[in-house]
Ligand binder design. Sequence first.
Ligand SMILES: NC(=O)c1ccc[n+]([C@@H]2O[C@H](COP(=O)([O-])OP(=O)(O)OC[C@H]3O[C@@H](n4cnc5c(N)ncnc54)[C@H](O)[C@@H]3O)[C@@H](O)[C@H]2O)c1
Length: 453
Amino acid sequence: MTHNQMNRREFMRTSAGAAALGSASQATLLSPGLLAATPRAVPPSDRVRFASIGTGVEGCTILRAALACPGTEIVAACDLYDGRLTAAKEYAKKEIVTTKDYRAILDRQDVDAVLVATPDHWHAKITQDACDAGKDVYCEKPMSHTVEQGFAMVDAMQKHNRIVQVGSQCRSSIVYAKAKEIFESGALGQVTAIEACIDRNDASGAWVYPIPPDASETTIDWERFLGDTPKRPFDPIRFFRWRCFRDYGEGLPGDLYVHMLTGIHYVTGTNAPPLRAASVGGLFRWTENRDVPDMIWTLFEYPSFRLSLRCNLNNESPGMACWYGTKGTLEIKNDVLTFAPQNTEPQPEGYSILGWPEKLRKEYLEQWRKEHPVPLPGKSPLTQSAETFQAAPSYDYQVDHMNNFMESVRSRRPAVEDAVYGNNTSIACHMANASYFKKTMAVWDGAARNIRT
Ligand SMILES: NC(=O)c1ccc[n+]([C@@H]2O[C@H](COP(=O)([O-])OP(=O)(O)OC[C@H]3O[C@@H](n4cnc5c(N)ncnc54)[C@H](O)[C@@H]3O)[C@@H](O)[C@H]2O)c1
């Protein structure tokens, strides 16, 4: 049984399901009732004809997610490396049109929507061209490579009235939807501090990917890969490990902060860049073939809370996000959500009266108890224990994010993570990098639409 076939009551407390969750044995299973849209039967007239532009690791993952969405047809794929065009056909599970020139995809009348899953330096140009060609766009995160590009992408979405959805899938996650519900219920009280991290400790996590043995200028369109970045001789390391280079990516903020920022913006109802950001970090271990840090830590200032984000490629630890409120703590760790109420029961002062004379101390305590009768059994906040929630083991939030996109394409309702939303999280990533590389505080100037350092 998939999560989509489960009972649509908001929660399902199933002992069998909970037992399957192992360590989170008391977890409440989350059901799809919290989702913005769930997969449904789609008439043939409503099918969306979809093509990928950039069909590497994420492109193939998204093609698989798209195939799991009813009413979606994969019709074409574009990539610059022959091997990935072959992989695209394998993932599409049929013969599809393939090309190395994305404009050939945009010219096709049988394509309604495109995926942009290229390295980040190509996101803006392809998204703008796709909007101009009348296509809807699912653009991978981080939406932009520069602040200026982000606003141009927002303008393209609005000018051409297109659906543009950015690909940070936790925006459609049932776990984050539950976190948002708890946050909005007020159960956390006033949240002033949030922290999150994603840490890794292996070569793959540090983007040191193997180079396919057939990589050459014959199998790869290197000139097109470079686009408007500085001209360089063919370099398969740059092509396959592009995240390590600022010309093509935004390092750890663009790769990983953006996921945490998307989830935190969603839960807290934030749709604006942070006010200020201050980063420290360094390149400590993965020093070869890289011009971005392998550890970065940033403190962001938002109007009503402060946020600490960290990515460290030198130690493995569970990815987590934690909201600290006056009434409770909310934590998402490895996709398990825990809400732990704080003990807010009034307490008599116990510390500073240690320096009072015994008589005054006694009187104070007696008076305090008169004014604060012992709560009735079951009414004390102390009796509330932590609650844990988890999606079913088969849950795939990438499919939900893709389904949300497909539903927006059909209904013309704005995407859950549209270009405005994606621009704001991208700006936060650019601020983290600006602060790190310039060794100073990065301040967002909304009126001027730029980062002051
Ligand atoms: N949402 C997620 O969880 C997630 C996960 C991984 C990657 N991503 C994002 O997806 C994007 C791609 O990452 P990846 O890991 O798949 O990288 P990748 O290197 O595996 O694939 C990128 C592909 O883009 C192709 N490409 C480059 N320029 C192109 C162009 N002008 N036209 C057509 N194709 C072009 C390359 O040939 C390459 O095959 C990035 O923006 C990344 O941040 C998102």
